[in-house]
Ligand binder design. Structure first.
Ligand SMILES: *Cc1c(COP(=O)(O)O)cnc(C)c1O
Length: 495
């Protein structure tokens, strides 16, 4: 109480002096009419500029109130305008922006997964700009179905009878389970209780789909009889989840799709497979490890297969559902489908990516995700050779920039143990220079932050006491050089 009183007294004591000062601050009107003010209004509009000026003025007043020693400082019109401009910049500049992914993980979920082909971007712009036949049948002039633009392409490449698409694969699993097994038991192996990172955990999704999870087998071994023994009056579906982000090794046993399908069909039950990455083509043809394709899974007897649009398919975020006509028809008429459906931009991009898959031989040169995954180590090493002296020069002599062979990952939980031979620029602080007085760990964090601060942020990784830039996903070499030189990283590292 006493504290508050004395504080108030102090404030009251200076109030007359302060009033005089405050009246010297320019008015909002005057600021808006000044040259700098007019320019800001021209760019950002009157409302935003006015509110930014108001908050700068009120911050100035309160700082004068709180810090008597600051009161003498003069505040010019220019200072106020430039503070306001900085405030506006914070609000109005885009937060979501392009970055350069040099993490070594190609399909990086946090960095937006698959890069889209130019033709898909054109297709997106085309339908986004105006009206389209999204749900309009041009032949009959009647209402159409948005799935029509992609369904036959999916069927052609998977052997499925029918297909549909929703917002992502998590939604696809949710919708398939809810449609085919609501209030019923869904039988899944204990070895497939997958967590995909973030909030996707298979047991939670099954529960939220309104189904009852029945686990069979053990973490490392599940047998055909385990599925058969678990089937009862209330069974709604058998589910297999592709364990795409880990492998179980050693004394293991799992039941093939074919055997689970036979068990399900002997009881007239649907067999659902959550394939996750779900490639449409056998990746071995491009020298990559084998990942089960949607067609193989359908051929093994799956009735419904779900997979992501932005993993190995190399398209936009989406969840594709392919399968038997009867089941897909039920899935499409579930009211939840309306809540999970994709927009026209996704359909445009997805249709284009599916069309590119028609020419399987040339797919790596047309589909950026596959182009990056199949990039030869020699090509990446050659780029590392070209860039190394330049990056060394930019970072200065307090660090050493070396070229190291490394191994990229596919990412997004696809092919977890597969590694793609690549090359990296590896930055190490030199003891006598950069690192003086700092622990190497904190110095590396600082360096990584400098790269993230570039106009087009560059994202690398810290590993083995060094900062690694895996060059597999660097395609715009010139752009990378230009911004490194524009930002005086060398100088900022010295301090
Ligand atoms: C990635 C993955 C999912 C989630 O897919 P999203 O498209 O990210 O929603 C679900 N199941 C499996 C097996 C996956 O690999």
């Amino acid at each position: 109480m006493l504290m508050i009183d004395s504080d108030m007294n102090e404030k009251q004591g200076v109030s007359s002096n302060l009033k005089g000062k405050l009246s010297h601050l320019p008015s909002i009107d005057a600021l808006l009419r000044s040259g700098g003010g007019l320019a800001l209004v021209e760019t950002y509009g009157r409302e935003l500029v006015t509110s930014a000026l108001r908050s700068v003025l009120s911050e100035t007043r309160s700082s004068w109130r709180d810090k008597p020693q600051a009161r003498g400082a003069s505040v010019s019109e220019r200072d106020i305008l430039s503070s306001a401009a900085a405030n506006i910049e914070k609000i109005a500049s885009p937060r979501l922006k392009r970055v350069i992914n040099l993490t070594g993980t190609v399909l990086h979920t946090n960095l937006g997964r698959a890069p889209l082909p130019e033709t898909a971007l054109v297709a997106i712009a085309e339908v986004a700009r105006g009206a389209s036949n999204l749900e309009f049948d041009l032949a009959s002039g009647k209402r159409g179905d948005r799935d029509d633009h992609i369904e036959s392409l999916i069927c052609r490449m998977t052997g499925a009878e029918a297909a549909t698409v929703v917002n992502n694969n998590a939604a696809a699993v949710l919708l398939a389970l809810n449609t085919l097994a609501q209030d019923k038991d869904v039988i899944v192996s204990r070895g497939e209780q997958v967590e995909i990172g973030g909030a996707f955990r298979m047991p939670d999704i099954i529960l939220r789909a309104g189904c009852n999870l029945v686990e069979v087998g053990t973490t490392n071994r599940t047998h055909k009889r385990d599925y058969a023994n678990a089937i009862g009056d209330n069974t709604g579906a058998l589910l297999k989840v592709h364990t795409s982000n880990y492998t179980v090794q050693g004394f293991t046993a799992s039941v093939s799709e074919k055997d689970v399908a036979a068990t399900a069909h002997a009881h007239d039950l649907p067999f659902i497979v959550d394939l996750g990455a779900g490639s449409l083509v056998n990746l071995e043809r491009y020298g990559l490890p084998h990942e089960p394709t949607v067609a193989e899974t359908m051929a093994a007897g799956a009735d419904v297969v779900t997979f992501s649009g932005d993993k190995l398919l190399g398209g936009p975020q989406a969840g594709l559902i392919a399968g038997k006509k009867e089941y897909i028809a039920r899935i499409k008429s579930n009211p939840m489908k309306r809540a999970l459906r994709v927009d026209k931009m996704t359909i445009a991009a997805l249709a284009e990516v599916l069309r590119l898959h028609l020419d399987i031989d040339n797919l790596p040169s047309h589909l950026p995700a596959l182009r990056l995954l199949t990039r030869e180590q020699d090509e990446i090493s050659a780029m590392a050779q070209r860039l190394q002296p330049f990056v060394q020069e930019q970072l200065g002599d307090s660090v050493e920039v070396k070229i190291e062979q490394c191994a990229s990952q596919i990412g997004s939980g696809s092919l977890p143990v597969a590694r793609l031979p690549s090359a990296a620029l590896v930055v190490t602080p030199l003891n006598n220079g950069a690192i003086a007085g700092k622990r190497s760990g904190s110095w590396l964090k600082l360096l990584a932050a400098r790269f993230r601060n570039l106009p087009v942020p560059v994202i690398g990784r810290i590993e083995k006491d060094a900062f690694w830039l895996d060059l597999r996903c660097l395609e715009d070499e010139e752009g990378f050089r230009a911004q490194l030189s524009s930002l005086k990283i060398k100088d900022s590292l010295k301090s």
